[in-house]
Write a protein that binds this ligand. Structure first.
Ligand code: GLU
Length: 326
């Protein structure tokens, strides 16, 4: 029985390795974000993945252990935290949950919509608003609560990549423009520069694919951490986050995610993708019928901002293991 399980796990691992090899060449078509200096050492075809199940079964392939910065994936974490700290109804007064179809850093809809209310917490405008809502007057307090919350999820206090933070902060003119506009329309609390500073630093938090997979797994279990056995956030919040991931998680390629992958996922411009696969007993090829989390890293991104090879790998995984929720 034990041997049979080991053989099965090896077979899944082999599949994962094969799919990484088959999709990593897509990275050649992608590019790196120029404000992330660490990517100088990366290869376009780097690609890594971790898949983690409820019983702790963890499968890795490729450059799964590389550390990279969260970037936009942090928006999901601060949204959950703001809901925990301020309550969903307060948060919803400041941001909507509507997809935009616009690029992540677009400014155009802010003036056109409800006197400046950001469409959702996954576009930059909404994420900066959320950073302003986190409890605390200064950057340190707000950020400390983000790190504390991440520690509850991944079991480690993550590090902020100072070099990445500084380099983004220096050239973030558009994010500054968004934040000052939000302040003028009443959708940013407290000091503008504090909200921006928190936002730039949360984007520079480092993780690897195993940690992303764990975050995905917790979301797939509606906020319940299967290893510490704690309910970290309410089921209702987890469901909203997964709805946002599916409708807004891959910027203006989110419709394609829903149509061709069918798994709630969130990407970041440093090439990370986190996905939350719900429990589904009916599919025979699915190695994780109780649900799983997926973490992917492929640093070369497409023109929209999603990992080129990473999205192909996620699509293949979803197809081969029948993970599509529809
Ligand atoms: N720090 C990035 C920015 O605001 C995050 C972008 C992203 O990953 O989408 O431009």
């Amino acid at each position: 029985m034990q041997n049979q399980l080991l053989d099965q796990k090896q077979a899944w691992s082999d599949q994962l390795n094969q799919w990484v090899q088959e999709t990593q060449h897509f990275g050649e078509k992608g590019n790196f974000v120029d404000y992330i200096p660490d990517l100088i050492d990366a290869n376009r075809t780097d690609l890594g993945v971790t898949v983690m199940g409820m019983d702790g079964t963890t499968l890795h392939a490729g450059q799964w252990s590389t550390y990279f910065t969260l970037q936009s994936i942090s928006k999901m974490i601060t949204f959950i935290l703001a809901c925990l700290q301020r309550g969903l109804s307060t948060v919803m007064e400041f941001v909507d949950v509507e997809p935009t179809g616009d690029p992540f850093n677009s400014i155009i809809r802010l003036e056109a919509n409800h006197q400046g209310k950001p469409f959702n917490p996954f576009i930059n405008a909404g994420a900066i608003t959320i950073s302003s809502l986190l409890v605390g007057e200064h950057t340190e307090e707000k950020l400390e609560s983000v790190i504390d919350f991440m520690e509850l999820m991944i079991g480690r206090r993550p590090h902020i990549n100072e070099k990445v933070y500084r380099s983004e902060e220096k050239i973030a003119f558009r994010n500054r423009a968004l934040a000052y506009f939000l302040k003028e329309t009443g959708y940013l609390e407290g000091e503008v520069e504090t909200a921006l500073d928190v936002y730039f630093r949360q984007c520079a938090i480092e993780v690897n694919t195993t940690e992303l997979a764990l975050i995905g797994l917790i979301l797939s279990q509606d906020g319940y951490h299967p290893f510490t056995k704690k309910q970290l956030f309410e089921e209702k919040i987890a469901k909203i986050v997964k709805a946002l991931m599916l409708t807004c998680g891959l910027y203006n390629a989110s419709g394609k995610l829903a149509a061709f992958v069918g798994i709630p996922a969130k990407s970041g411009v440093s090439g990370g993708i986190v996905a939350a696969v719900p429990a589904r007993n009916c599919k025979s090829k699915n190695p994780f019928p109780d649900g799983c989390g997926i973490g992917i890293y492929g640093p070369a991104i497409d023109s929209i901002g999603n990992s080129y090879a990473g999205t192909k790998l996620l699509q293949q995984l979803s197809r081969e293991w029948e993970l599509n929720i529809f």
